[in-house]
Design a protein around this ligand. Structure first.
Ligand code: FE
Length: 392
């Protein structure tokens, strides 16, 4: 038996934030990130709308990027003290991810991260509160997914939480919030969304329920991302919807090794963090070359290519799809290789074997369409460093 789960309601369009005026409830805690939502006036809007709805509110602010276990526990305590019947998370991926985990510990104070690490093993949520998510970036789609990533800095571990219990009840996808994204973030989050849709479409978990969402997201990203990057707000609006469609696809079809590689290289080098979407954008064409050696995957990449107007045999379609992604990376000022990104050769060589092993063990590897060994992963990562074609 398969399962397909999405939020019960998704409100979208300019001004969709106004839905909050009609929210039914008593108390809402508003979970926020570093302050950009406040700066641009969206927090005031939310508070005014909730007041109009007769809902008492409390803020939980300053959730950091890559939210920590401590922040989650502090937020859960704040929720236990305030007893909200709505958890409203607004901002980039971090405050929304953090709020999802706070929700678990609000409703089940005696559980632990260890107890919920097994995917799809969560206790039944919605005993105390429902969850509403409002994204301000166009990439992670955490407003519609069953996922959350929390970091245990003391242990140096990332906990990838996965359960349909933490799929939000309501998502408000208002493009006015995404208008505040800086240009680089627009490029990176946009390529993250493209990667979500492509990986979901070729995933071993793909289905007739997720395929249309993935294909539509892919065509919208190809159509709108460069203009969105260059400041066109009509295109920015379409990107905000495209990333949400991609999220609906991958929350149910899962991802592949582009994400495994991005997860394990993101914080691996001393020269600085590789932003998640930027890492995905670099790896995507190489992974397509690797996966397309599998006949079924090749046919599905060809189907993606044809859905965006590329013609030719399956093999030609795969080559042209990779070329198209390369062209977009150029337009978006994203480097083609890890070397070009600025990773030092000596450090790369020293660390690549260990990173390869970790990437193979990543939660996203299981649904990749072609199996991979640590030795193959090391070769693949090496191709992404020097920009060599993947021929194995
Ligand atoms: Fe991603």
């Amino acid at each position: 038996m398969m399962r397909f789960t999405l939020p019960r309601d998704m409100y979208y369009g300019k001004g969709a934030l106004e839905h909050l005026k009609t929210l039914k409830g008593k108390k809402a805690i508003l979970v926020l990130g570093g302050g950009s939502m406040k700066k641009f006036g969206f927090v005031d809007k939310v508070l005014a709308y909730l007041k109009e709805a007769g809902i008492e509110t409390q803020l939980f602010e300053n959730v950091e990027p890559d939210p920590s276990v401590e922040t989650v526990m502090k937020g859960a305590q704040a929720m236990r003290d305030f007893e909200p019947d709505w958890i409203i998370a607004m901002g980039g991926g971090s405050p929304i991810d953090a709020a999802k985990a706070m929700w678990v510990f609000y409703e089940y104070p005696d559980t632990s991260f260890e107890a919920i690490l097994q995917p799809f093993s969560f206790p039944e949520l919605r005993q105390k509160a429902k969850f509403l998510a409002i994204p301000s970036t166009s990439g992670t789609a955490t407003e519609v997914t069953a996922f959350s990533v929390i970091t245990d800095y003391a242990k140096g571990i990332k906990y990838p939480l996965a359960d349909f219990n933490i799929t939000p009840d309501v998502a408000i996808v208002d493009p006015e919030l995404a208008e505040t994204m800086p240009q680089k973030l627009t490029a990176h989050t946009g390529m993250d969304a493209l990667t979500h849709a492509i990986e979901a479409y070729v995933s071993t978990m793909n289905s007739p329920f997720t395929d249309p969402l993935a294909l539509k997201a892919i065509s919208m990203v190809f159509e709108c991302l460069p203009d969105s990057y260059n400041g066109c707000m009509a295109a920015r609006e379409q990107m905000h919807y495209a990333q949400c469609l991609a999220g609906q696809a991958f929350s149910n079809a899962l991802l592949g090794i582009v994400h495994s590689m991005a997860h394990k290289t993101g914080a691996a080098f001393s020269t600085g963090h590789i932003p998640h979407g930027c890492a995905n954008a670099i790896y995507l064409p190489y992974v397509i070359q690797y996966n397309a050696k599998d006949q079924t995957a090749k046919e599905r990449y060809a189907a993606i290519a044809r859905s965006v107007g590329i013609t030719g045999s399956d093999s030609e379609c795969v080559v042209k799809l990779c070329q198209k992604i390369d062209e977009y990376n150029v337009k978006l000022n994203i480097p083609k290789t890890l070397k070009e990104f600025g990773i030092v050769e000596e450090e790369f060589k020293e660390k690549v074997a260990k990173i390869a092993e970790l990437a193979v063990g990543d939660a996203c590897t299981g649904s990749n369409p072609r199996a991979i060994t640590p030795a193959e992963m090391e070769k693949l990562l090496t191709c992404t460093y020097y920009g060599t074609t993947v021929e194995f």
